[in-house]
Design a protein around this ligand. Structure first.
Ligand SMILES: Nc1ncnc2c1ncn2[C@@H]1O[C@H](COP(=O)(O)OP(=O)(O)OP(=O)(O)O)[C@@H](O)[C@H]1O
Ligand SMILES: [Mg+2]
Length: 501
């Protein structure tokens, strides 16, 4: 049974990529979307005109439509795309197997009681426009034991670093709150237990000591490598030498430093955003700690402290991961009013951050928590993950060159990233789950954004967005097929749903 669900999710994700990324080869036909891949016609029902709702994927064989399998589709993709990729088929099959095993594990397990944490552990199918959204490629280790979607909990591995080798910036005092017997002259450095297995740090000398597993459990959040520690009430973001979607999840040294630098610089920006849009929150990353044991270990053992969302939303408001909301039936009794609030709390501060403050947030569905009031209405948005946040046109004099480079975008690249994450990745997926016609919902979004545009005198990028230009969508199939680094990802144009009436 789980196999069928996993197989369907796998075909659907890969087919969505084909529909998006093979220009001129996909078109709507009644209740279907047709697409030609590897010389074969394929079709699937796409409810409400969105590829997010794919059912009944089929291939034309002779004059008959037959069910399309993921193995078939992988073969056709390999025929369609230029060159050869010997690992692609295994990535797709691996992703399918992960989904199947997650579903089985969930049937035996119990979600966390806290609603926010439960939502972090709900992304069973992952990114809907990625060819292998749930693949977890690692050299060793039992991924299931660390999987948020399997309701995993585990103790961190505690290390102690000789004091002269500790590297840290900002406020990492939270880490010293983890109960441990740290010998004099050493500082505590918690490690993700999977990463400890993967990189096998040298704990046989006196520079780094192994103190064994912590006495309490942490819970993994949706990114797998960031955990929530209930004892500290903090999130800890670790490096993890595991390929998840397009990246091996390693914190580069300049990203560790950049997170702390950005937290400082974004403090006044978010204060201004919250003044203008009172529902705006964020999760600062006040500090990081690692060990000066050479480049690999410096990055492999680095840990960033991130504020917890609990308590940041105030009484009566529950943060829920936007990606988990996208899997639910949304809107309640008044779907259009619900959506209007959603656009207001999520989209307007993101636009204001870019247009007024030169700050690019990365508001994709995994980086935003939405605060719901007691009636389930969106009243706040909590932005997190400063790795993807960038500055445009800021004076970064005094910041180390690599750090400055990694936290800067050109205006064009920054705006494209905002539009992709906010509209194509985030709002489109939420809209597809709201119980109202898509035309109505996009009309409302255009009204809200239009009123905001009126209030700030229509800066050029916003005017262009609302004039109906095509939007950039990340080409995850191409990225994986060509084995590109995520930062070299290509984008393809998709239709702009935001047309001012
Ligand atoms: N629309 C989406 N639906 C589901 N998953 C998504 C979506 N968009 C992005 N993701 C997934 O979210 C995951 C984590 O993304 P990201 O790189 O932002 O997190 P991270 O930097 O590793 O950790 P953190 O968010 O804790 O800082 C990726 O696997 C990505 O594919
Ligand atoms: Mg993230």
């Amino acid at each position: 049974m789980y196999m069928n669900v996993a197989e369907h999710a796998t075909v659907a994700a890969l087919l969505r990529c084909c529909i998006r990324e093979l220009p001129g080869q996909a078109f709507p036909a009644g209740p279907y979307t047709m697409v030609r891949v590897g010389g074969v016609w394929l079709r699937a029902k796409t409810g409400g005109g969105t590829a997010l709702r794919i059912t009944e994927p089929e291939r034309l064989t002779g004059s008959a439509w037959e069910p399309l399998t993921s193995a078939d589709l992988v073969d056709l993709v390999a025929r369609e795309l230029p060159g050869v990729n010997g690992e692609f088929a295994a990535q797709v099959a691996g992703s399918r197997e992960v989904v199947e095993r997650l579903l089985a594990a969930r049937a035996q397990g119990k979600p966390p009681e806290d609603e926010w944490l439960a939502s972090e552990q709900d992304l069973v199918f992952g990114h809907p426009f990625h060819p292998a959204p749930k693949a977890r490629e690692a050299a060793r280790g039992d991924w299931l034991a660390y999987a948020p979607e399997a309701y995993a909990r585990f103790p961190l591995r505690l290390l102690a670093v000789r004091e002269d080798l500790v590297v840290e910036e900002g406020d990492v005092s939270a880490l010293d709150g983890i109960p441990a017997d740290v010998p004099p002259g050493y500082r505590l450095l918690p490690a993700h237990p999977w990463q400890y297995e993967l990189i096998r740090p040298p704990v046989d000398g006196d520079r780094l000591l192994d103190l064994g597993p912590a006495q309490h459990d942490v819970l993994p959040t949706s990114s797998v490598r960031t955990v929530y520690d209930p004892l500290l009430d903090k999130c800890l973001k670790f490096s993890l030498d595991v390929r998840i979607t397009n990246c091996v999840r390693k914190n580069a040294w300049y990203e560790l430093a950049g997170g702390v630098e950005l937290s400082r610089r974004l403090t006044p920006v978010f204060a201004a955003l919250t003044e203008r849009f009172p529902g705006t929150r964020w999760l600062p990353e006040p500090g990081y700690r690692t060990a000066d044991l050479g480049g690999e270990l410096f990055e492999g053992l680095g840990v960033l402290v991130r504020c917890s969302p609990l308590g940041r939303c105030g009484p009566g408001v529950t943060p829920v991961l936007a990606g988990a909301l996208a899997l639910r039936d949304l809107g309640g009794d008044d779907p259009v009013a619900w959506w209007r609030s959603y656009v207001e709390v999520v989209a307007l501060p993101v636009l204001e951050a870019f247009l007024t403050h030169g700050v690019v947030l990365e508001p994709h569905l995994q980086n935003v928590l939405v605060g719901l009031d007691a009636a389930g209405r969106p009243v706040q948005a909590v932005f997190r993950d400063l790795e993807g946040a960038k500055l445009v046109g800021h004076d970064l004099a005094g910041v180390r060159e690599e750090v400055a480079r990694a936290m800067t975008y050109t205006p064009e690249k920054g705006w494209d990233r905002v539009v992709y994450c906010l509209v194509v990745n985030h709002l489109a997926e939420i809209a597809a789950s709201v119980d109202a016609p898509l035309d109505t919902l996009w009309g409302v979004a255009a009204e809200e954004i239009g009123a905001y545009g009126d209030s700030i005198g229509w800066p050029e990028p916003l005017a262009r967005l609302m004039s109906g230009v095509p939007l950039p969508a990340k080409a995850n199939l191409t990225v994986r097929w060509e084995r590109r680094a995520d930062r070299a990802a290509t984008y393809v144009p998709v239709a702009n749903p935001l047309v001012v009436a």
